[in-house]
Design a protein around this ligand. Structure first.
Ligand code: PLP
Length: 474
């Protein structure tokens, strides 16, 4: 399988190179040259498969040429063996039409584990083949940071520097990052928003002085391998609810557009997806783009769903590329305009292409709280605020009565205990596998949102020569 850049001028690469590079050298994001697809019979055959078997079946075409099926199976068995539920991503029924897909049974209680546990193992495998070292620099709104740190802590060939916006992640999220005291883990709290953190990481990769000195090869917003790993649970859930004979709708709490784009990929591969609902909080750039073609950056407002407090959605570029006719050079010009003006219009082709499968709903705090109560009172389910944004959007969406709607439950309620307690009057208990999070020592640098301060910090601690920087923002 070869991968091409959304901006049309970087060379096509294989899966191993794309995984290590992250962002393409022309600033674009990598996508498969063509979508692999399954026949209805092949999808039918997934109904009896375990999660790991489904993962191997779905991902094998994407890794072809870089990993054998046996190697892929070994990595998936190790990655998903760390989940606390035997189904890995179990479905829970809420009423006759609504379901939750629980994606939070990994080590750090959010869906990011599904992708990052695998990505950590892919990095290790590919680095040992090359005898190379990796410096990961990332920005997190909370969940990516803890999941990435858990996935690479203690691995010899990798250092990780993780920036988070000071005071804007929950106490559980922060402690899940800062209490990991492995020698290759560096946490940095910055004075600013997640978008500021993401911009700093991007600037580090784009600065020739810095990236040249550290042999920085790439910046990426979201690694293709992460999206690939997320495609799996759309298949896993849909076949259990009647696919391929029946179409399924999904509602996805959305920030950087990675999770919902994985659903789009599943549909491209032949899964019958009735609709993908992009659920945003009041930081609604995606809702504005999808409903009116206006992709313009607003100011980030802090909400009870910090992992969705985003005004630039990196992976949206992948959708625009695919639905807009895959014209990389035209998209590069359009994105340059966006970077300069912080605003752009979608073309008619992009808007109409997106509307064929995606709809969007903007959910405010009141609707979010009502959804938490609805799930608790009607189905005895304690859900987290991000999941509640997804569920609220699912409840507002018009879908035929016989189409099941699956809301992706992206975080465990215990990760956001205060917001949950405010909404339903119940304080979620910490799962025992989290252990003594609140007794452990924290280690974290606190720096201004300044390029010089951050680069000086990283430069002092990073392995200099022969290192590659890989970004895993979002
Ligand atoms: C990251 C995250 C999201 C947003 O997912 P994207 O792939 O960035 O759209 C939603 N909910 C939770 C809990 C998250 O951690």
């Amino acid at each position: 399988m070869k991968y091409v850049s959304t901006r049309g001028s970087a060379p096509a690469l294989g899966f191993e190179d794309v995984t290590l590079a992250g962002l393409a050298s022309d600033g674009g994001l990598y996508l498969p040259e063509t979508w692999p697809s399954f026949t209805p019979d092949q999808i039918c055959a997934m109904a009896g498969m375990s999660y790991v078997d489904t993962a191997v079946a779905v991902m094998a075409p994407f890794v072809a040429g870089s990993l054998s099926e046996d190697e892929l199976r070994e990595l998936c068995t190790a990655a998903y063996g760390r989940f606390s539920h035997k189904a890995v991503t179990p479905l829970v029924q809420l009423d006759h039409q609504h379901w939750l897909l629980e994606l939070f049974h990994g080590p750090t209680l959010a869906f990011k584990d599904v992708a990052l546990q695998l990505l950590g193992l892919l990095f290790e495998k590919f680095l040992s083949r090359r005898d190379d070292h990796l410096t990961i620099v990332g920005a997190t709104s909370g969940d990516t940071g803890s999941a990435a740190i858990d996935a690479v802590a203690g691995r010899e060939k990798i250092d990780i520097f993780m920036l988070h916006p000071a005071g804007r992640v929950s106490d559980v999220q922060r402690r899940q990052m800062t209490t990991v005291l492995a020698p290759n883990v560096y946490n940095i709290a910055i004075d600013g928003s997640f978008d500021d953190a993401q911009a700093l990481v991007k600037a580090m990769f784009n600065d020739p002085g810095f990236s040249g000195r550290f042999n920085l090869s790439a910046v990426n917003s979201i690694n293709w391998a992460r999206l690939m790993a997320q495609v799996v649970y759309y298949f896993y859930a849909a076949v259990r609810l009647g696919a391929p004979d029946r179409a399924i709708a999904f509602s996805v709490p959305t920030g950087n557009f990675g999770d919902v784009f994985a659903g789009y990929v599943a549909a491209k591969m032949g899964l019958p997806v009735a609709k993908l609902v992009v659920a945003t909080n009041v930081n609604d750039i995606l809702h504005r783009a999808l409903s009116s073609g206006d992709y313009s950056q607003g100011t980030v407002v802090a909400t009870a769903t910090p992992s969705m407090d985003i005004q630039v959605s990196s992976n949206f570029e992948r959708l625009l590329f695919d639905v807009g006719g895959r014209d990389g050079l035209a998209l590069a010009a359009q994105m340059k305009g966006f970077e300069a003006d912080r605003a752009m219009r979608l073309t008619n082709a992009q808007q109409q292409g997106a509307a064929q499968m995606l709809s969007s709903v903007r959910i405010d705090a009141n609707a979010m709280n009502l959804a938490m109560r609805w799930a608790h009172d009607g189905a005895g389910q304690v859900i987290d605020p991000h999941t509640a944004v997804g569920l609220a959007a699912a409840l507002e969406t018009q879908v035929d009565k016989d189409v099941p709607i699956v809301t992706l439950a992206t975080a465990h309620a215990a990760k956001f205990r205060d917001a949950v307690e405010r909404a339903i009057g119940v304080r979620p208990a910490m799962p025992t596998r989290i252990g003594s999070l609140f007794d452990r020592e924290e280690a974290c640098a606190h720096l201004p949102a300044s390029f010089d301060a951050i680069t000086a910090y990283v430069a002092e601690r990073s392995t200099e020569s022969a290192s590659r920087k890989v970004g895993i923002n979002g």
